[in-house]
Structure formats: C-alpha cells, structure tokens
Design a protein around this ligand. Sequence first.
Ligand code: PLP
Length: 393
Amino acid sequence: MAAANPNVIYMDNNATTRVAPEVVEAMMPFLTESYGNPSSMHTFGGLVGQSIKDARCNVASLLGAEPEEITFTSCGTESDSTAILSALRTFPEKRHIVTTRVEHPAVKNLCENLETVTGHKYRVTRLKVDAEGMLDMAEYEASLTEDTAIVSVMWANNETGVIFPVAEMAKMAKQRGILFHTDAVQAVGKIAIDLKRLDIDFLSLSGHKLHAPKGVGVLYIKRGTLFVPFMEGGHQEHGRRGGTENVASIVGLGRACELAAEKMVDENSRVKQLRDRLEGNLLEIIPKSMLNGHKTERLPNTANISFEYVEGEAILLHMNQHGICASSGSACTSGSLEPSHVLRAMGVPFTAAHGSIRFSLSVYNTVDEVDLVIAKMPAIIESLRKLSPFWKG
Ligand code: PLP
C-alpha cells in the first residue's frame, strides 16, 4: 500500500494513525451533501441517522457486542472518564478504585484527581508490574474489596504494547460484584476481541488509533450494566451522551471497524513480521540495546527499545532528520524530560529509560521502510554515544 506521505517513514501509530483512504471516502458525503441532523423528522436527516446506525453495527461487530451496547463519544479519554465516573456515581457508598501503575494519563490523571481533590476522598490501588510489564494476579485478587466500585485496567499498554489478562481480571471482579472497565484504545483493531464471552462492563476505544479520524471514540457499556451519563443533554445515543453526533467521524469509525474486521488477522500478522524484523535487527546490531516489555504478550505492532547512555529526545531529533517518526515514552507526556512512568514502574534503569524509543507500526509500513530504519539507527546511536560522558564503549 502506498505511503500517504512519501517523505515520511511513519512508525508512531500508537500516537495516531493515518486515516484509511476507504474511511475518507465513506466520510466525504457527510462533510458535503448529506449534512442533515440525524435527529430530524425529515427523510434528509433520517438517512444520516441510518448511517449512524450502520456504523454502530460495524463497531459492535468488531467487538463481538450488540449495537445498543455502543455509545459514540469524542475520544478515548472521554470514554475512560465516563466509565469510571459512572461507576462511582452508581455506587456512591463505595470509595475504592483499582487500577495499575502503567495506565495512560486518561485514567492515571483522573484517578490522581479523584484521590487528591478535596471532597472526593477516593482510595486508589495501583497494581505493580514486573520487569516485563506484567501484573501480579495475586496482588490483584488481594486488592479487590467490598469497598471497590470499579477496576480500570488497560487492555494493552500504549508505550510497550504489553497485553494484560483482562478476561481473567474481569471475571474475578464480576465474582465480587465489582464493575470492570478496560481502556482498549491500543488493543482494538490489533488483537481479536469478543466481548459477548467476557465479563467486561465498560470498554473504551478511540477512532484515531485505528485509521479513523481524531475526535471520535466509543464507550461500550454491557447490556444490564448500570450507567450514569457524563454529558447530559439531548436524547442522542439512547440518552447516554447528549450532543449532536459527529456524523462524518462516526461513519468513518464504522468503516474503519469494518475494514479491521475484514483484514485484521492477515494484516496484523504482516505487521508483526515487520515489527519482528525491525526489533530483531536493532537488538542484534546495536550494542547495549534492550527490549522493554514482555517478548510475546505484546501487541503485534509495538517495539519499545532502550538504547543505553543516550537521550530519547536526541535520538528522535536525529531520526527526524531522516524523516523517521517514532516516540520516546508516550507522545502525550513527551515534552517533559522525566522518564516515562511506565518504564519506571517496570524498574527499567534510568540510563536505559531515558534512551527508550517506541516504534509502532501499521499496515502502511513496508519492508523497505523497516530496512531503511535498520540501516540508519546504528550510526545515530553511535554518534550520540560518542557525546555521552557515561558511554565507555
Ligand atoms: N488510552 C490509551 C491507552 C491511549 O494510548 C490513548 C491515546 O494515546 C488514550 C487513552 C487517549 O485517547 P484519545 O486521544 O482518543 O483521547
């Protein structure tokens, strides 16, 4: 498949993805002639409403859910907040939240806020991870109490790609009458998800991580799960989220989910081959480089590699000169020189955490691109290490 921008080698797909051409095509009518309001009584609006229904079916089908379990939101962050705040309002007497130390800021910062802002007084348990980024299930089990309102655990980590055992965790929560939310923003479209078999009450996803546009997300709410809306207003989204729908983006997300359902298995195995080629070569060729995160329990597209004794930001600048786009730490938290909270939680040494680069591939990457990155990286790392007072190579 042709790159959208031939001057760029884009390996930052956990930050955001290219909107698929098929998705753009599906959206165009709703940005041009089909501008009716889906809530209107006339046929002109009604047809738009039908397109939202179709999109809802496509999203549901990718997740193994029912269409009425799908609520469109503005982004993954909104879905995360909505799920957690809904649980706290549903069970006002319960004051405890269980989460992990490696969540995206969308959950991490909300939990910090709930814990610290005067008047809330929530207690938050943040589960530890080991050196490979995996959870300790005994610690998880012990954390669940009668006071726990909700567990919020990401399906896959945005920085390392590590996948958590959310099916088992949701089951354990359900046995104790505790609501379970998973932030699946990085997982959807990359691994198979079948919610009808699982005890997950809430799941968040975000359009721009799976080749749909920015500004649209989904909150899955399992049938029968008690729910309190975050955004009150009109009757849209079955009264679960007020506000006139972002029609074009919803249609685009529906199309992206349809494409993922059709092609996911083949495409992700191709992406995994590319990722493995990149990762295997870089780890072999570049001394003092190491993989961050579990070797196998990982998204097929993500490789987080530390190059010791160099700064991630400096590496990114050099890569940028060759048109190679990646991230150091999480894109949302870069800009600060603090090493990522995820790598710190895994106990990655400071010298390595600072020099970590996240390569996140997509179906639009090619073998030639991967080989070019493999060819460029050793010289970049070597030149930067020569400037480091700590490098004794
Ligand atoms: N959760 C995870 C795991 C993410 O990676 C991101 C974005 O990077 C978000 C939530 C936030 O999603 P959005 O940008 O749609 O608000």
